[in-house]
Design a protein around this ligand. Structure first.
Ligand SMILES: Nc1ncnc2c1ncn2[C@@H]1O[C@H](COP(=O)(O)OP(=O)(O)OP(=O)(O)O)[C@@H](O)[C@H]1O
Ligand SMILES: [Mg+2]
Length: 536
């Protein structure tokens, strides 16, 4: 059977129609299915190469054009098309010169039998080149992927290391701050303190408060904060924050709100969401040193396949988003690729620590959310946070009762840090509670067995050496299902969200304020467990 003919789109640069026809016939004869096109001017040539013919055959000299010129134009256009010079025998030297310049081959007009094989070889070589280029670019892509993976791993390790350090420090630091602020409270509740002394103590208390917010930031960043989840309406959150934001951001930046009506609800930690908004807003302000407009935007968003593919790990489904946009200096791609790295900052020394966005990232991830960034240098940036939408109704936040003046009941206090235990006992006893103490879970068990139902509330640290507070409380609950528990501490060893506290259980973050402690203790002891409609 006859082999099907190979199609060949041929461009001939030649002034003689007859000579061109000879070339065409020769190739037909050699088994190609030739479609040829002849040109003799530079303009026609330039037009013809645009359609990328398979092979170019060029006569060395033409009245208004030449093979060397045609070759140079081809190279200038960076087109990879086999280029064969056809010349009379007198032109052999010059044809060789063309080869040196990059022509694929040359042929003498009186030996055209070589034309077919020369074209076949040129086509094969081109295919090999294409194959090689494809392999090279695949290799490059693989190298790039490996490099990016390495960088991500490195980043993850760095974050993990900083996180470990942060939570280690934060644990002790929170205990210290609890003592400082609690002692302030005790001194302030004493009669006979003069005005000057009162002012100093209040100053110490405020300093402790600032230190506490720093540890909160560190813990949030390392995703080791215990979450206090509740169902939130982000419109309300932003509305509530408006005044505070305006104060933080200053007069030069106008805050515009673009809030979606009928916004869905999300489940998140209110304090952490506040922190995300503040960090993003402060960055936006910093990007607009001469003032400008900052827009807060909320939307219901349905993430479809194509959007999910754009962001790492994003799943399809219903989300609520809030965005912070500025019309500031924007970011280059290079800056954008690093903004979530801890300690990455482009701000001058003393102006930024580079923890703002890594904290935001930590919080968003711990809340099962995602963050998308877009920016144009010189035009501004938008940060958009996506949080999964939930169906549960808003938690009705109970009016915060002031801490009861006097308490009544027996409290078992389990805390390994002596100073914190001492302080907490003092605060509770000062309010009238009877307090039993334990330095650990095992010992506490003994106490509670001895007291036989006389314990109204157990206050236990979550993180303790030996039996941790959560394990202790689990065992306790198995035996006394109705027992009320107040967990203290604000961090976990592993970067996980602690499950929502079941009824009769509450959490208070360290460092806590004595007022806050007394209020929560009061609620739990009174026996009206805090209703949480958002939970089963
Ligand atoms: N809205 C923005 N416009 C332009 N650049 C931004 C914006 N937000 C962040 N960046 C860039 O990202 C970097 C990191 O931001 P991040 O909030 O993590 O740290 P920081 O603001 O420099 O310091 P810190 O928040 O700890 O005080 C910034 O230094 C800045 O270069
Ligand atoms: Mg910042």
């Amino acid at each position: 059977m006859e082999k099907p003919k190979q199609a060949l789109r041929l461009l001939i640069v030649e002034d003689s129609e007859d000579d061109a026809e000879i070339l065409r016939l020769e190739l037909l004869h050699a088994g190609f299915n030739v479609i040829s096109h002849r040109v003799e001017t530079e303009a026609a040539y330039l037009e013809a190469v645009k359609s990328e013919p398979d092979v170019i055959l060029a006569a060395y000299t033409l009245p208004r054009f030449s093979a060397p010129r045609a070759l140079r134009l081809l190279q200038a256009l960076a087109l990879d098309i086999p280029f064969i010079v056809v010349t009379g025998s007198v032109g052999e030297d010059r044809a060789v010169e063309c080869m040196r310049e990059g022509a694929t081959d040359y042929l003498l007009k009186d030996r055209l039998a070589r034309l077919g094989p020369a074209v076949s070889r040129a086509l094969t070589e081109k295919e090999l080149r294409i194959e090689k280029r494809r392999a090279e670019s695949e290799q490059m892509r693989a190298d790039e992927e490996r490099r990016a993976l390495g960088a991500r791993l490195m980043q993850a390790r760095k974050t993990e290391a900083v996180g470990l350090l942060a939570s280690g420090v934060a644990h002790d630091f929170n205990n210290i701050l609890t003592v400082i602020s609690g002692q302030c409270h005790l001194v302030l509740s004493q009669a006979g303190l003069d005005a000057g002394g009162r002012k100093r103590i209040e100053e110490i208390d405020r300093a402790a408060e600032r230190a506490a917010s720093l540890t909160r930031q560190l813990l949030a960043f390392s995703r080791r904060q215990v979450l206090q989840l509740s169902v939130l309406d982000l419109n309300r959150v932003l509305h509530d924050m408006h005044n505070m934001l305006a104060r933080v951001i200053g007069e030069d930046v106008l805050i515009e709100c673009d809030l979606a009506p009928d916004l869905g609800r999300v489940k998140a930690d209110r304090g952490q969401i506040d922190q995300v908004v503040v960090n993003l807003a402060v960055n936006a302000r910093d990007a607009m040193p001469r003032g400008g407009k900052l827009t807060l935007r909320t939307r219901n968003v349905e993430v479809d396949e194509s959007r999910a593919q754009r962001t790492d790990g994003l799943r399809t489904g219903r989300y609520v988003t809030f965005g912070v946009s500025d019309r500031g200096e924007g970011m280059t791609k290079e800056v954008m690729s690093r903004i979530f790295e801890p300690f990455y900052t482009t701000k001058e020394l003393g102006r930024g620590t580079g923890l703002g966005l890594s904290t935001v990232y930590g919080i968003v991830k711990q809340s099962d959310g995602f963050i998308e960034v877009s920016s144009v240098p010189g035009e501004g940036s938008t940060f958009e946070v996506l949080l999964p939408r939930v169906n549960e109704p808003l938690a009705i936040s109970p009016e915060e009762d002031p801490a009861p003046a006097r308490g009544e009941g027996t409290i078992l206090l389990v805390e390994d840090d002596g100073a914190v235990r001492e302080l907490t006992r003092e605060v509770l006893e000062f309010s009238g509670y009877r307090v039993l103490e334990s330095a650990g879970g095992r010992e506490a068990f003994g106490t509670i067995e001895r007291e036989k139902g006389r314990v109204d509330l157990v206050i236990t640290d979550l993180v303790m050496p030996g039996m941790g507070g959560d394990e202790f409380a689990e065992l306790l609950a198995a035996r006394y299902p109705e027992i009320r528990v107040l967990y203290t501490s604000g961090h976990v060893d592993r970067p996980v969200a602690v499950p929502l506290m079941p009824r009769y259980r509450e959490l208070i973050r360290k460092p806590f304020k004595s007022d806050e402690l007394l209020r929560k203790v009061g609620e739990l002891v009174k026996g009206t467990p805090v209703e949480r409609p958002s939970e089963a």
